[in-house]
Structures are given as structure tokens and as C-alpha cells.
Design a protein around this ligand. Structure first.
Ligand code: FES
Length: 194
């Protein structure tokens, strides 16, 4: 099974999918997701997306796609969330997420910046925000600065349209960003003191 539009040759890692289903759920970790979900609209959007697929386990890749679209990368707590909602064991979720090169499990930089390019943010200038960051950092979206200080990513609608353009710095959503406020926020994370 693979996601629509994914080129198997390009996106698959060479090792096989781990389909072991023996890893038990860490109930503490799953329970800890609840307040996180409540405070971050991106989890609500993801939950709605999962409902669209009626929680079907064979929608795992599509759900992981959406998760990466929203968060920029698939951190452990996010994979746990997806697994718990699809009632899949963590080993299955991790196995699929690590199989495809397309999925990013963590940013390489010490800090992360995710610029929302969803429609509401885009029409309010998030493309200019992204361009300013790319120019100052000397990297493109999806890349990490050479000094490993900053990983830059983009997302599609993170559920904060009313405060567009929104940018997520180290997991915290910031409202109404423009090139100046974004570069001020990134001060100290950019190479050569940019
Ligand atoms: S389009 Fe950016 S938060 Fe909705």
C-alpha cells in the first residue's frame, strides 16, 4: 500500500516495513496526548482528517501525509497520536513512517521554523515571509542550516487562519507574521548573525 502520488522508487527506504504488531501501547504516553491535542489546533484538524477516513487503518499513509503537512515533520508524540487514533501499534506506525523517505521523523536543526503556506496565510503574505527567511538563512524549505541551528519547513493550514499569516517557531504558533517579525524571531538562530 502506498500513498497517492508517492513514487515508490524515490520515496521508499531500502529496509522493509516493520509490520510487527507486538509492541504494546504505552498508556501513559497516549494519555499525555490529550492536553496537547486540546491546546494545539493542528491536532484537531488531524483528528477531523482521520474521521474523514472513518479511522480506517489502511488510511495510515494518508494520515501521516496530513500530519507532516500540518506539523512539518513527524515527531514521536505525533506518531503515537496517529497510532492511537487508528488503533495501530506503534511498531506499525513507526515502520511505515521510517520506510518512506518522504516522511521526516525529526528536523536536523536545534530549532524549527514552520511557515504556513495554506490559502489564508498565503494570501496574507506568508510566501514573502518564507522568501525572507530562506534568503537570510541561506537555505530552502525542507533544509537545515550548515551549523545545524535551524530547520525550515512549510505546512498547509495549521488551523490558525484567523491569525494569518502564522508561523510556528519551535512548536509555538505565532500570529500575523511578516518578514520583519519573522527575522526578529529567528535572531540568534540564523547563520552569521543575519
Ligand atoms: S492557512 Fe495558515 S493557518 Fe490556515
Amino acid at each position: 500500500m502506498r500513498a497517492e502520488g508517492l513514487d515508490h522508487q524515490v520515496y521508499c527506504r531500502s529496509r522493509p516495513v516493520n509490520t510487527e504488531t507486538t509492541t504494546p501501547w504505552d498508556k501513559t504516553a497516549v494519555a499525555a496526548l490529550t492536553p496537547l491535542q486540546a491546546s494545539d489546533k493542528r491536532y484537531k484538524i488531524l483528528e477531523a482528517h482521520i474521521k474523514k477516513y472513518q479511522g480506517r487503518q489502511d488510511a495510515l499513509i494518508e494520515v501521516l501525509h496530513k500530519a507532516q503537512e500540518l506539523f512539518g515533520f513527524l515527531e514521536d508524540s505525533l506518531l503515537l497520536f496517529v497510532g492511537s487514533r487508528l488503533k495501530l501499534p506503534p511498531s506499525r506506525v513507526y515502520g511505515v513512517a521510517t520506510f518512506y523517505h518522504y516522511f521526516k521523523l525529526k528536523p536536523q536543526g536545534a530549532h524549527t521554523c514552520v511557515v504556513c503556506l495554506g490559502t489564508a496565510c498565503y494570501v496574507r503574505g506568508s510566501d514573502r515571509v518564507l522568501a525572507a527567511i530562506e534568503q537570510s538563512a541561506g537555505i530552502k524549505s525542507g533544509e537545515t542550516t550548515e551549523d545545524k541551528q535551524l530547520s525550515l519547513m512549510t505546512a498547509r493550514c495549521i488551523g490558525a487562519c484567523s491569525i494569518a499569516p502564522a508561523v510556528v517557531y519551535d512548536g509555538v504558533i505565532h500570529p500575523k507574521q511578516d518578514p520583519e517579525s519573522a527575522l526578529a524571531q529567528l535572531k540568534g538562530w540564523l547563520p552569521h548573525g543575519n
